[in-house]
Design a protein around this ligand. Structure first.
Ligand SMILES: Nc1ncnc2c1ncn2[C@@H]1O[C@H](COP(=O)(O)OP(=O)(O)O)[C@@H](O)[C@H]1O
Ligand SMILES: [Mg+2]
Length: 238
């Protein structure tokens, strides 16, 4: 499942809910964090009443810290590299044991920061290798902008589902929203819903929003820039 959206739209908070629900249901949970440290993730979770650190101590969850590398830390990544990621995840899965498992990679886009043309191929590798390990995988990605046609790379093509988070200013106030854009073999709600992120509670889904296409689409100038930079990086190759 691809969870996409601009910074601050709720991708990490959503991922934490998904992880915590797994802990509560007795699933094995692996959370890879690339943009925040493990401590930051656990602190954020605690603000919403999720005791991820206790779950880690109890051997129900493993948080792989890809931001801070340290020799003494069993669960960190020595480099931002997709093969290393996949291997560590398999190590973690072996450690947690058999059974239904949830994997969160937050964020996947970190792995192709300096080589955007590799996005699709990396996503495919992750899916192909980890498919066999009884995971449901959530990957977050900054690139929410892929709705502009001709912009054909990213996790979205490989994913079985796309959940898109977004934000807009309405009446001088930041409003965030969520939309399920794709969910293979599932009849799902097609409406945009506002969300709130509330201290002590986390992410709440609110009323449907009245959006027009123009509200969600990128301005043409932005789409053009993205298409150009995408083409340039494709030409340069991996
Ligand atoms: N304890 C909290 N109470 C209320 N809102 C919070 C709290 N913690 C974080 N937020 C909101 O969540 C936002 C971060 O959401 P996050 O899921 O990290 O975004 P991203 O999509 O970049 O991962 C913050 O900008 C803030 O608005
Ligand atoms: Mg985040």
């Amino acid at each position: 499942m691809a969870v996409v959206g601009e910074p601050g739209t709720g991708k990490t908070v959503f991922s934490l809910h998904y992880a915590w629900q797994g802990v509560k249901e007795g699933d094995k949970v692996i959370y890879v964090t690339t943009e925040e440290s493990r401590e930051s993730i656990m602190r954020q979770a605690k603000m919403f009443g999720m005791d991820l650190d206790r779950a880690v101590d109890a051997g129900k969850a493993i948080i792989i810290d890809a931001l801070l590398k340290s020799q003494s830390d069993e669960w960190s990544l020595s480099e931002i590299d997709v093969d290393e990621l996949v291997n560590r995840v398999i190590d973690a899965k072996r450690k947690l044991g058999y059974g239904r498992s949830r994997l969160i990679i937050d964020s996947m886009s970190t792995f192709w920061l300096d080589k955007p043309a590799m996005a699709r191929s990396y996503s495919y590798t992750v899916k192909r290798v980890l498919y066999r390990w009884d995971f449901t995988i959530i990957v977050t990605s900054q690139y929410a902008i892929t709705t502009s046609s001709a912009f054909g790379w990213g996790v979205e093509h490989v994913a079985d589902g796309i959940i898109r988070f977004g934000r807009r200013i309405k009446d001088g106030e930041l409003r965030r929203y969520v939309l399920v854009e794709k969910m293979r073999q599932t009849p799902h709600d097609l409406r945009v819903h506002y969300i709130d992120i509330v201290d002590g509670q986390g992410l709440l889904v609110k009323e449907p929003a009245e959006f027009s296409r123009e509200d969600l689409a990128l301005p043409e100038s932005a789409s053009r820039k993205i298409r150009e930079s995408s083409r340039r990086s494709e030409e340069l190759g991996p």
